[in-house]
Design a protein around this ligand. Sequence first.
Ligand SMILES: Cc1cc2nc3c(=O)[nH]c(=O)nc-3n(C[C@H](O)[C@H](O)[C@H](O)COP(=O)(O)OP(=O)(O)OC[C@H]3O[C@@H](n4cnc5c(N)ncnc54)[C@H](O)[C@@H]3O)c2cc1C
Length: 494
Amino acid sequence: MAEPEQVDVVVVGLGVGGEEVAGRLAEAGLTVVGVERDLVGGECPYWGCVPSKMMIRAANALAEAHRVNELAGSAQVRPDWAPVAKRIRAEATDTWDDKAAVDRFTGKGGRFVRGSGRLDGPNRVRVGDQVFQARYGVVLGTGTRPSVPPIDGLADTPYWTNHQAVEVEELPASLVVLGGGAIGLELAQVFARFGVRVTVVEAADRVLAVEEPEASALAADALRADGVEIHTGVKAGRVSHDGSAFTVHADGAEFTGEKLLVVTGRKAHLEELGLDTVGVDAGQRYLPVDDRMHVTDGIWAVGDLTGEGAFTHIAMYQAGIVVADVLDHMRRTRGGPDASGTSSVVGGAAGVVSAVGGAMSAGGSTVAPGSVPVADYRALPRVTFTDPEVGVVGLTEQQARERGVNVQVGYADLTSSARGWIHKTGNAGFIKLIADADQGVLVGATSAGPAGGEVLSALVVAVHAAVPISQLRHMIYAYPTFHRAISDALRALK
Ligand SMILES: Cc1cc2nc3c(=O)[nH]c(=O)nc-3n(C[C@H](O)[C@H](O)[C@H](O)COP(=O)(O)OP(=O)(O)OC[C@H]3O[C@@H](n4cnc5c(N)ncnc54)[C@H](O)[C@@H]3O)c2cc1C
């Protein structure tokens, strides 16, 4: 057996969260081994956020061009997928090559190891024949993979996940999308706008089931207007593939398509990580962490794996906390400088202090110099990038009621706002505010409409900083913006 090699920190999984932690700890002067079995950068740049938003940008350009006919003359639009596929290869993914990302990490002083990492006892990671013993700890950032439901016949078919949907060069004539969550709806709308006949099949009684019912209705109407067929409350019982087409058999109905895209959620694969060797239960859905991302002594986790929200901004936020906490742990272990970090530890105090400073701003909370920020998810934002966009922060009305909040709701329709009326075609949307009447603050909000995700930022500040509603009512909202509808919704709170 190979002799374990001593290093400071091992990061397993260099997706969004792991790469951020590993890079910043390496920049701070620690000896960091980063282990990645696929592509450094993870799901977001290669098969997630970035290419899907390039696809959406292109599809929205087509939709906007169609709106010329109502607003500005006439336009003939002929969709062509080739430039989209080319852009994804050339600009987003380097044709799924991570050389630039590996260089970015090693350029910061990190040591890169390609392979599958697995815990092998406390502070120890095995990658094939190599074994690393970490002085300060191990960070797990292994993310999630598509969760494919155990539907009869499905596993034997050549179904698509988000990977094939992003990699496609020739569009199919028709597509069945299994799952009406954010990813399913975004991709369904894109393909429909490029002329694919799309059918969405969702088991819940509405699409975007975790968000406000008004958001579900808005998104469903928008997709139907693009020609997407939507079937909700339908449980797929069996899937078959005859060599050229898929059939989804469900509750007496059948849905057929040349391709089948399965987007029914994501799953962490804890069983692969050797958690039993450190006394952690691998039979859980996600890896629970405390508010500084500790799993157990000497092990941190970051990103989708933690189940706190499958978003790049959550992985980055948590990464900031992990960096600060690892450095703090290192100082305490070494009996080095106090939390203000005034004397040299490893690689010079400047690196350490600046890394902690970065963590504080990434953490987003106001913290005393040297102290470690803790995670606070009250104002977690998320955006479904359909057209119209659905931006949400904090609690929905139902979640607030379930938590016993004394709820007030304020609603404003965007179409009857000044900007919505001017905008005309493509103006559907709304602002919905969820207030805690006892505290006099907002605890949640939805901003749906053109640029709904951008308008959301004001509401994120309001929820995050618990800005009193009385102050929000006395703010000046620029005329005629979409965000001005927030003041209408504030007036409607009851
Ligand atoms: C289609 C789609 C669109 C999305 N759009 C958005 C969006 O618009 N905005 C947003 O915020 N989020 C979006 N997301 C979610 C976002 O991609 C994830 O939240 C983010 O990638 C999570 O980062 P992570 O570091 O936790 O995990 P990942 O990015 O999944 O990275 C984990 C890495 O760990 C590696 N790994 C796993 N096990 C091992 C092992 N044992 N050893 C070595 N390496 C291992 C994997 O190969 C992978 O590279 C989207 C996701 C999808 C699928």
